[in-house]
Design a protein around this ligand. Structure first.
Ligand code: SF4
Ligand code: SF4
Length: 288
């Protein structure tokens, strides 16, 4: 059965209104109207009168887990999540940035979400190949079954065929186009450091002007910081105004982490973050 975005929107509004009116949460993170239908925006409903501003359509790509860390600890929040977004919530709980008991997770099983810039359906390419949230309190629609499921790493084939020099040349060329707007950082639910290392002056970790050395420093450090934590939502790549395919690097690191440690980020609330957990059987390959 085709997913009805309209039905999802109506159910989201119903649940948001109920949660806010009952006082169970003080805010609901969802999507709201942007300047046109193709550009919905992250939206916060803080009272029942805000609920009518909630929308849901095929262009609701934003990962709203990004906004959970903006509120003081102890804030009771509801957050609407698609499959990859729910992995971000799980990862944030694992990292103790939010408490499970402060959240009401509104899980949205869905497929057919599109990149507003290209119109391309993003399922399976930059959204971790999942259709159903891995964690939720309230399911907003019936679970999706029967859709084609591809490996989240399938898009790496061409990249992995390059040798080391070709990969370096590829990334140097791509990262030279970076204008250092930091939209990738802003969109990422796992980029919550304040201040970010690149904004520090003492010590100064890297140049802030958009030139090769600083660009490499910013991106390679960010890729490293996301190792074992990126949940493959693809928001960084979609947010990039010059379309740098950041997802390729994140996926490659995620694939290696999964191969080495047998764990993908944000899949289970029972897991510990892979790079802060030590097990005797862990691979030593990371030290090579
Ligand atoms: S690095 Fe990109 S794909 Fe990974 S969690 Fe952050 S925004 Fe999502
Ligand atoms: S969003 Fe794109 S241009 Fe902006 S800092 Fe990130 S990679 Fe660079």
């Amino acid at each position: 059965m085709a997913v009805s975005f309209q039905q999802i929107e109506e159910k989201l509004k119903t649940e948001a209104r109920r949660l806010l009116e009952s006082g169970q949460v003080s805010l609901v993170l969802a999507w709201g109207r942007g300047f046109d239908e193709k550009h919905p925006m992250p939206y916060v409903a803080k009272g029942a009168s805000d609920v009518d501003g909630i929308v849901f359509n095929e262009f609701c790509t934003h990962n709203l887990a990004r906004y959970l860390v903006r509120y003081p600890r102890g804030t009771k929040m509801a957050v609407a999540v698609k499959a990859a977004d729910s992995r971000a919530v799980v990862q944030l709980i694992q990292e103790d940035k939010v408490k499970r008991h402060d959240l009401v997770i509104l899980g949205i099983p869905v497929y057919g979400i599109k990149n507003p810039k290209t119109g391309e359906i993003i399922d399976g390419k930059t959204t971790c190949g999942l259709y159903n949230p891995v964690l939720y309190d309230i399911l907003i629609a019936e679970e999706v079954h029967g859709q084609p499921v591809s490996s989240p790493y399938a898009v790496l084939a061409e990249y992995e065929a390059m040798d080391q020099d070709a990969r370096f040349a590829f990334w140097k060329k791509e990262l030279d186009r970076c204008i250092r707007c930091y939209a990738c950082r802003k969109a990422c639910p796992m980029c919550y450091c304040d201040p970010c290392f690149i904004d520090q002056n003492k010590p100064k970790w890297g140049e802030k002007s958009p030139e090769t050395p600083g660009n490499l420093m910013y991106h390679l450090t960010r890729f490293h910081h996301l190792a074992g934590r990126c949940i493959d939502c693809g928001e960084c790549s979609r947010a990039c105004p010059v379309d740098i395919p950041l997802y390729l690097f994140h996926k490659k690191v995620a694939k290696e982490c999964e191969e080495m440690f047998g764990q993908a980020a944000g899949m289970s609330i029972e897991d510990k973050p892979v790079l802060v957990n030590f097990r005797m059987e862990d691979s030593d390959k990371i030290l090579e």
